[in-house]
Design a protein around this ligand. Structure first.
Ligand SMILES: Nc1ncnc2c1ncn2[C@@H]1O[C@H](COP(=O)(O)OP(=O)(O)O)[C@@H](O)[C@H]1O
Ligand code: SF4
Ligand SMILES: [Mg+2]
Length: 382
């Protein structure tokens, strides 16, 4: 039986866990599964921008790929109240088409996302053709003329002149290509867009323009966004709520202002310590390079590098001696070690209590006007 989710929630991720096959480490030799996502749950409300931030390797793209049905997972994912068809081996073509109408994605590298041999118009019309029957039945797009009109509309929504329709990706700059990818994601007016490191390959000022474009489009169209980035400052600039992912677990989540002004988890505090005191005001006051600039330079120089060092330290080690333990025993021990605080190996405040499984604690703050600012933290000190 299909479970229901609240109509106001465009995305519901429930207890998603994902494994990749591993070859073992010096401490746990033999074949074992590497758990990348560990019981991740999150909800995105209609029309909100939700940021997922974490260092390289924390599992952000893996979660995106689970939502897009590109890799298998344990747990449940609902988009627009419907369960993802990808975990159902009896799925129908219509279920898959409906799911893709509800969630579209933008990735880091616009060049590889676009076919160099095709015009922009051809590329943008592809989703309209794939959903031709549905669009015709609904009276939204009936013929070629309607498709070409939609291409012009969406190009202009993305601040591109309609004449771009006849051009090919090769003649465009990186920023223009990313605008075309954003346009492609908007062609079917999906209620959810997933953007995975969508500005990370662009230079700082072009990245800032793309961030501002997302804000402009948000004013003109109704959609929610899961915005994934390694850069907390960028996510703070754009998003209403933020979740911080570390080693496959959400360690802190909340209202953007709340999390940015009063971070409780030591890892979020580390991320923020690498960022100067610059937030939403940077771009709002016309300093176009503000948020992206500060984030790109500081986060990647500080917390991002610290993260890589930590991961390397944990997975590499001397010796490759054969271990008599079975693969199952190795897996069980690896999972048990991962069940405590995922940040314990790097946390200066760690104690023995941090080896236990730590729930996300709700420390949401009630405002004078009765509204509540969400704040969840996975730390024994919270
Ligand atoms: N196809 C794969 N096979 C095996 N391991 C993978 C694969 N893709 C990602 N991983 C591992 O999963 C972890 C999370 O990767 P990813 O989701 O890409 O992180 P992020 O997007 O946060 O940088 C990393 O340790 C990475 O090495
Ligand atoms: S639970 Fe312990 S190890 Fe984890 S962040 Fe909190 S104090 Fe540090
Ligand atoms: Mg990634």
């Amino acid at each position: 039986m299909e479970q229901s989710v609240k109509a106001a929630d465009i995305l519901e991720v429930r207890h998603v866990t994902n494994y990749y096959a591993g070859t073992g480490t010096s401490l746990l030799p033999g074949r074992h599964r590497h758990r990348v996502l560990n019981d991740v749950s999150l909800t995105i409300h209609n029309d909100e921008f939700f940021g997922l931030v974490g260092e390289s390797g924390s599992g952000k793209s893996t979660l995106a790929n689970c939502i897009l049905g590109l890799i298998p997972y344990e747990g449940e994912i609902f988009v627009a109240g419907k369960p993802s068809p990808y975990n159902n081996k009896h799925r129908t073509r219509e279920q898959v088409l409906e799911y893709t109408r509800n969630v579209q994605a933008i990735f880091q590298d616009p060049l590889s996302a676009l076919d160099p041999g095709k015009t922009i118009s051809f590329t943008l019309q592809e989703p309209l053709k794939a959903h031709r029957r549905y669009l015709a039945e609904k009276g939204i797009i009936r013929n070629r003329e309607d498709r070409e009109k939609r291409v012009r509309e969406v190009l202009s929504l993305c601040d591109l002149d309609p004449s771009y329709a006849d051009r090919r990706p090769g003649g465009l700059s990186g920023g223009q290509r990313q605008r075309v990818c954003i346009a492609a994601s908007l062609m079917l007016s999906p209620p959810l867009i997933l953007a995975d490191e969508a500005i990370s390959a662009l230079d700082v000022s072009v990245g800032s323009q793309i961030l501002n474009l997302f804000r402009d489009i948000d004013e003109k169209a109704d959609f929610a966004m899961l915005f994934i980035s390694h850069n907390l400052n960028v996510v703070y600039y754009l998003c209403d709520r933020i979740a911080v992912l570390f080693n496959g677990q959400i360690v802190e989540q909340g209202d953007s202002e709340q999390l940015y002004s009063d971070p409780k988890h030591p890892y979020t505090q580390l991320l923020l310590s690498a960022v100067p005191g610059l937030g939403k005001s940077g771009t709002e006051n016309g300093q176009d390079t503000g948020a992206a600039n500060a984030g790109e330079t500081k986060t990647s120089g500080g917390a991002e590098n610290a993260g890589k060092a930590g991961t390397e330290g944990k997975t590499e080690g001397p010796g490759k001696a054969e271990d008599p333990r079975s693969a199952e025993a190795g897996e069980a021990q690896a999972d048990a070690e991962e069940d405590g605080c995922p940040y314990a190996a790097r946390c200066p405040k760690a104690t023995a209590a941090c080896r236990e499984k730590i729930p996300l604690k709700d420390i949401s703050v009630r405002q004078a006007d009765g509204t509540v600012k969400e704040h969840l933290v996975r730390c024994v000190l919270a």
